[in-house]
Design a protein around this ligand. Structure first.
Ligand SMILES: Nc1ncnc2c1ncn2[C@@H]1O[C@H](COP(=O)(O)OP(=O)(O)OP(=O)(O)O)[C@@H](O)[C@H]1O
Ligand SMILES: [Mg+2]
Length: 234
């Protein structure tokens, strides 16, 4: 088991955002966390990496209890998060944003480098010297994902990777996920079902901070009632 959330409760002050979330990911899987606005998708990812630590319950990564670890320690264990706001350094160039994100765990052989990223993603190579703050939303999302690869994650958490992007860019992000799936375990979030069904093998549906359904993509595809009950239409 790569990742295991067991009865996780997370609060913002007195507000009870996650109310007993349990999810599991095996190594090599691509899983989607689905749910409408405010369901708790981002909070789940933030709880895994320690940005909003669980007040009750446990988070285990590769059998290690990481519930109370600070974010930088979780990152060093090999968990990469691409947050919803794609946080990066706007005044640094694309190349510099990649370089500052470099971290290789002791004892591991690096798979990625700035050069390899530029070799594989022409779109980013062409933007090498552009400041990140001047990129379009889609370009920023590509950079945000590429940036997370610079720390060689074993588990990649992507928060709504297709949000607000034009269809042509969504296809590129999809292609990137398809490629990363081959070597990395991925948990990504989405509000609607289309992108999720295309790229994930299975999904958890969240509503009001609780997992209301655990399903394979195949089952979800065939169950329109489930889609309509818990998900946004897109
Ligand atoms: N910083 C915060 N302070 C207080 N409450 C918050 C904060 N962030 C989120 N919440 C609340 O926690 C709940 C879960 O929010 P979360 O952002 O995890 O949802 P989400 O599924 O990611 O939604 P979206 O699809 O809009 O991104 C919501 O009720 C939200 O209002
Ligand atoms: Mg969110």
């Amino acid at each position: 088991m790569m990742l295991k959330l067991n009865d996780v409760h997370t609060y913002y002050g007195e507000s009870h955002a996650l109310q007993g979330v349990s999810i599991e990911l095996n190594e090599g899987e691509t899983v989607c966390l689905l749910g409408r606005n405010g369901a708790g998708k981002s909070t789940t990812l933030k709880t895994i990496v320690g940005l909003t630590p669980a007040r009750r319950g446990t988070v285990e990564f590769e059998g290690v209890d990481i519930t109370a670890l600070p974010p930088y320690k979780v990152a060093r264990l090999g968990v990469g998060l691409v947050p919803e706001d794609r946080r990066m350094f706007p005044d640094l160039t694309v190349r510099e944003n990649l370089e500052v994100a470099r971290y290789v765990r002791p004892g591991t052989t690096p798979q990625w480098s700035v050069e390899r990223i530029f070799d594989e993603y022409d779109m980013l190579a062409e933007l090498e010297h552009r400041k990140a703050g001047n990129l379009s939303g889609g370009q920023q999302q590509m950079l945000a994902v590429a940036r997370s690869l610079m720390s060689e994650p074993k588990l990649l958490l992507l928060d709504e990777p297709n949000e607000g992007l034009a269809p042509v860019i969504v296809n590129q992000i999809g292609a990137l996920i398809e490629q990363l799936k081959k070597t990395t375990t991925i948990l990504f979030t989405d509000q609607s079902v289309h992108f999720a069904l295309k790229h994930a093998e299975r999904a958890y549906i969240l509503e009001k901070g609780q997992v209301v359904c655990s399903t394979t993509s195949q089952e979800l595809r065939e169950n329109e009632e489930l889609q309509q009950r818990y998900l946004s239409v897109a």
